[in-house]
Design a protein around this ligand. Structure first.
Ligand code: MN
Length: 417
């Protein structure tokens, strides 16, 4: 992370990790903010909004806004083995989670939360899994960890069925490419560290933990080792998620800590829930998946999960239209490619998907409500959308704002010679 870190705004005054850090991050979402003094934590510094924009994420991955999808697809096809090194940089040991500057972000949050930790686990058959999970501090040595029913959850269920805990390592303060890879939905059994290495353009250096048989990025700022206990469940939440509203309280597993270490002058990465950085990490990894899904039925050109749609619920896909119903096909495919997406607009390739005014222009001049709309009712959608039915059902809409192949001349945009 240190290699990438840029300090757009430096806060020299002492700040509190309770609400004060989050307030400053909230009001400066387009800037990387570096905090030099944290009240009660003289050994630590803090950074927030580390990747405050799409552009900065592309920078971290060594690509550009328009090259992003091809870059990620290429990295996926060419995984690179990480390399094991002797020493982990984090060596200073702490006894309690209270010794770490874990922030409290929003008013009604249930407690102090780690939001930027990548969680590493191993399974005999599937190998390594790396994923990002929010973790609520519930005591000096315990967290409630939110496990959405994906890979880590499956690893945990398997351990639980075998009557044993699941060993995990949590690493904070890693390079954005590592965090991006950990946020990416690769298939089960695909080691996210291999994607991280490929994205970094070099083998990621990993080092062995002490109390668990796992490896973490050697340069991590903070490493927490532990195990997720079988059978135990505690209340997790309320906590703010990507939409900026409070996610529900759920019974979730307990992570018991076995070791806490940090680097000298450790920099704690505070990831503001619902902040632009959170959206970049959640949304951007979905875009290549949507592109891939659409490419099976039409010729996609570009994909954007838009900021107004929380980089999660709304998408725009541009296509190079060849058949009259390509727009509709693209709508169905895109909604399948990212099942949490609620509304999708399909546009022609002359429309810049990253420019909301251009997308609106396409809807205004190329779309008719009675003809170009696809509505799918009572389907599973995002659990994060407060307007969705409490059983998780929602209505999805697709707007085909592409020009009909017949009568294209009426739509030609005037040029000045
Ligand atoms: Mn995985």
């Amino acid at each position: 992370m240190r290699r990438f870190l840029r300090k757009d705004l430096v806060i020299k005054d002492e700040v509190s990790t309770e609400y004060e850090v989050s307030k400053i991050l909230f009001h400066n979402q387009d800037k990387t903010v570096f905090f030099e003094k944290l009240r009660g934590y003289p050994e630590f510094k803090m950074v927030g909004n580390l990747v405050p924009s799409r552009e900065r994420m592309c920078d971290a991955l060594g690509t550009t806004k328009n090259g992003f999808i091809a870059h990620v697809s290429n990295a996926l096809k060419n995984p690179v083995e990480p390399v094991v090194v002797e020493d982990m940089r984090a060596t200073i040991e702490k006894k309690s989670l209270d010794d770490l500057p874990i922030p409290k972000y929003f008013e009604k949050d249930a407690g102090n939360y780690i939001t930027s930790g990548i969680v590493i686990a191993e399974d005999e058959e599937l190998g390594r899994n790396v994923s990002v999970h929010r973790m609520q501090v519930i005591s000096k040595r315990r967290f409630a960890i939110r496990l959405v029913e994906r890979h880590l959850y499956e690893y945990y269920k398997k351990a639980e069925e075998g009557d044993r805990p699941l060993e995990v390592a949590v690493a904070l303060g890693v390079h954005p490419a590592v965090m991006f890879a950990s946020s990416y939905s690769v298939p089960a059994g695909y080691d996210e560290f291999k994607l991280a290495s490929s994205l970094l353009g070099r083998a990621l250096e990993i080092a062995r933990c002490e109390t668990v048989d796992l490896y973490v990025p050697a340069e991590s700022e903070i490493v927490i080792e532990g195990r997720i206990l079988p059978y135990e469940r505690v209340d997790e939440g309320p906590f703010v998620d990507i939409t900026g509203t409070y996610d529900a309280v759920r019974k979730q597993p307990v992570l018991e800590v076995t070791r806490i270490v940090h680097r000298e002058d450790a920099i704690y990465h505070a990831l503001l829930p619902s902040g632009r950085e959170h959206k970049v990490y959640m949304g951007m990894p979905q875009e290549p998946r949507i592109f891939e899904a659409v490419s099976k039925v039409a010729r996609p050109v570009s994909v954007c999960l838009t900021e107004g749609g929380c980089n999660w619920l709304h998408g725009v896909v541009s296509i190079s239209k060849e058949r009259e119903n390509d727009g509709r096909r693209a709508i169905y495919a895109a909604l399948e490619g990212h099942p949490s997406m609620k509304h999708v607009v399909v546009v022609d390739e002359d429309i810049d998907v990253f420019n909301p005014a251009e997308v609106e222009f396409a809807i205004a001049t190329r779309f008719q409500g009675n003809r170009d709309i696809v509505m799918i009712e009572n389907v599973r959608g995002s659990s994060l959308d407060p307007s969705a039915n409490k059983t998780g059902l929602t209505t999805k809409l697709g707007l085909d704002a592409t020009i009909p192949l017949s009568g294209r001349d009426d739509y030609v945009r005037a040029k000045i010679p």
